[in-house]
Design a protein around this ligand. Structure first.
Ligand code: ATP
Ligand code: MG
Length: 362
């Protein structure tokens, strides 16, 4: 069996730098590596509706935004299948069967879901759909027989849940029906969970602390210049801290050695820059300007490619439609295997009819 990727994003807003370093950049590299037989990239609208049921327009409007961000970053529809989750009804049926294999207390232990419930102030009014989204995610992954899920650290508990479901399903209904997926985390700690520009634990659409891939140069400049740093680093001569200092975390995520020669030849490595900041005598503004130059180098071509695709929105919808049709076909194949394994394929099973006839005649 070849290697297959499934990943995706919720269409709750445009994509940001957290998505880029956590998953998107890796997807493009893997797509172009030729090491994968198939790559499925899902716009998870049904999952986004689990906590936005009363705001369907938000989800509807953001489908195209996410698709444009994908194309702008280099996802190539001739190599990767981009599809919309709700257009593949087979995923719901799979989730319905998987629900029998998971307990309520197991779902309650999921640390990411716990944090998200707190963030959304659901308290006792958690929608059942939201509570069970890790199960639906297991169906998304297994429907495409994905071996590999490139994602940020917050997705680790989801993949663990999916693996448990696969083991349980295969144990009861037949080994090798489903494939156990593996998460592919970013190799750099700063990219596993990129903090927000406010220094909060995670850059997240829901927290409004993002730099979006489609932000203008001016918006990026403002965001960088007002970024959270070390609150005790008041005068230039004060020694500064780099841990928990968002500007340095972003440098960990985005700075490469060649950036020094290009934008700040006074230093030749990030370690040297950090050492000076910690000693004192280096102001935040200079470091922020360096970060801004690096981000602009990254974002300028993305912005330009996005502008090109924006000129032909019907073509983007056509990509999504073709991708969704192709995805449905693959998911239907897995669902047929699942139904057979679960012995609910009554009308395709000639043996069943013969056996029941014998039972009643004999
Ligand atoms: P929402 O607030 O609606 O949940 P989000 O910003 O958390 O949105 P998702 O669509 O839930 O984004 O996440 C999509 C992918 O991006 C996942 O693989 C996730 O791990 C990754 N990701 C999101 N935010 C970050 C981040 N700050 N750092 C690293 N990876 C991230
Ligand atoms: Mg999220």
């Amino acid at each position: 069996m070849g290697k297959i990727i499934l990943t995706g994003d919720r269409p709750t807003g445009r994509l940001h730098l957290g998505h880029f370093v956590g998953s998107l950049r890796r997807r493009v590299e893997l797509q172009n590596s030729g090491l994968f037989d198939k790559i499925f990239i899902m716009i998870a609208d049904a999952q986004a509706l689990t906590d936005n049921a009363d705001n369907p327009e938000k989800i509807r409007q953001n489908i195209i935004e996410v698709a444009l961000d994908y194309l702008a970053c280099g996802i190539d529809p001739s190599k990767s299948t981009i599809f919309i989750q709700s257009q593949v009804a087979e995923l719901c049926e799979l989730a319905f069967y998987y629900m029998n294999l998971v307990t309520v207390s197991r779902l309650q232990r999921n640390p990411t879901v716990k944090t998200e419930i707190q963030m959304r102030n659901f308290e006792t009014s958690i929608p059942v759909g939201f509570f069970t989204y890790p199960i639906s995610q297991a169906s998304d992954i297994t429907a495409f027989r994905a071996t590999t899920v490139p994602a940020g650290e917050d997705q680790q508990p989801m993949i663990e849940q999916a693996r448990e479901i696969v083991r349980r399903f295969n144990g009861i209904y037949g080994e090798n029906t489903l494939i156990e997926p593996e998460i592919l985390l970013p190799d750099n700690a700063a990219c596993m969970r990129l903090p927000g520009t406010d220094g909060k634990a995670k850059m997240s659409k829901s927290l409004g602390n993002c730099i979006y891939l489609s932000d203008s140069s001016e918006e990026v400049r403002k965001r960088v210049m007002s970024m959270y740093t070390d609150p005790d680093h008041i005068r230039v001569e004060d020694p500064g801290k780099v841990e928990g200092n968002t500007v340095f975390t972003y440098l960990d995520a985005f700075c490469r050695p060649e950036h020094f020669a290009k934008y700040w030849p006074d230093y030749c490595s990030l370690d040297e820059l950090k050492a000076h900041y910690m000693r004192g005598g280096l102001g935040d503004v200079k470091v922020k300007k360096f970060l801004y130059a690096i981000l602009e180098e990254l974002l300028t071509p993305i912005r330009e490619r996005r502008k090109e695709w924006e000129k032909d929105i019907p073509a983007v919808f056509d990509i999504l439609k073709k991708g969704s049709d192709a995805a449905r076909e693959v998911a239907a194949g897995t669902l047929a295997d699942v139904r057979r394994a679960m012995r609910i394929d009554y009308f395709d099973d000639a043996e069943l009819i013969a056996e029941q006839s014998r039972k009643f005649q004999g």
